[in-house]
Design a protein around this ligand. Sequence first.
Ligand code: PPE
Length: 304
Amino acid sequence: MVERTEKVWMNGALVAFDEARVGILTHTLHYGLGVFEGIRAYEGPSGGAVFRLREHVERLLRSAHIMQMEVPFGREALESAVVETLRANGMKEGYVRPLVWLGEGAMGLLPADNPVEVAIAVWPWGAYLGDEGLERGIRAKVSSYTRHHPNIFMTQSKTCGNYVNSILAKREVTRLGYDEAIMLDPDGKVAEASGENVFIVRGGLLKTPPLGSVLDGITRDAVLRIARDEGIEVVEQSFTRDELYVADEAFLTGTAAEVTPIREVDDRRIGAGRRGPLTEKIQTIYFDAVRGRAPRYESWLTEL
Ligand code: PPE
């Protein structure tokens, strides 16, 4: 079970963990129309800092906009609330989960006047796919579940209900002994993993699927920026699962998963079957950036 912290920020104030509760007729609990974020804070040489706080809060507000939810707090208030919640729990490092949901009011599929509520919870979270995964790479399997068509579930919003698809895929492949699920879009092209964006490297070229059927990942964006700064050629282009099989290197990106190498897909070894050199380079710079050891990316950090 995830470690409980002392305080949760709820609708404008810090409350004790056990007081952060919702009622049984909370609309989102029944129908899944809510939006959320996942943010990390890291401890570096000069203390704790939140990684790309503004971008995460902006994406939360964009998700809400897509889902036509009027969030009763603005960007600055939400940014301060994230910092406040981490501080109140004495955390210099950890995961932050802002959640926006529809509270109690109407039931049924037209929740006109249900209040839009907001909470921010935090917890300590280690390597999402394991410390060994970060170093050696993980084993992935393409799931039998297709990723969302944007006219079924819009992919640019981190909508709670979207994640049922991710859970089905993740559960399917982990039961078969793999670490993570890779999902194909309705055209059969590689989309993303259950909670991460996907990258491949071939002949020195870094490739990731374009936005459309994938989330506009903030780690994805950071990696694209790091790669360009390092003079690595990058393209946002669709590719098939067999192109993934013959990649020299492959890796996943996400706030939770950070930069995790993929060493195997569908029982095919990727490259040398371990973390590739370009993956390692990008991973090292990414960890330097999040931990405040890369002056070039200092503007990505909000000190605690
Ligand atoms: N795609 C999906 C579907 C996704 O959920 C995430 C984040 C990403 C890509 C990467 O986005 P970003 O974090 O901005 O780089 N997944 C979050 C949920 C993890 C969870 O298990 O909960 C995360 O990494 O925080």
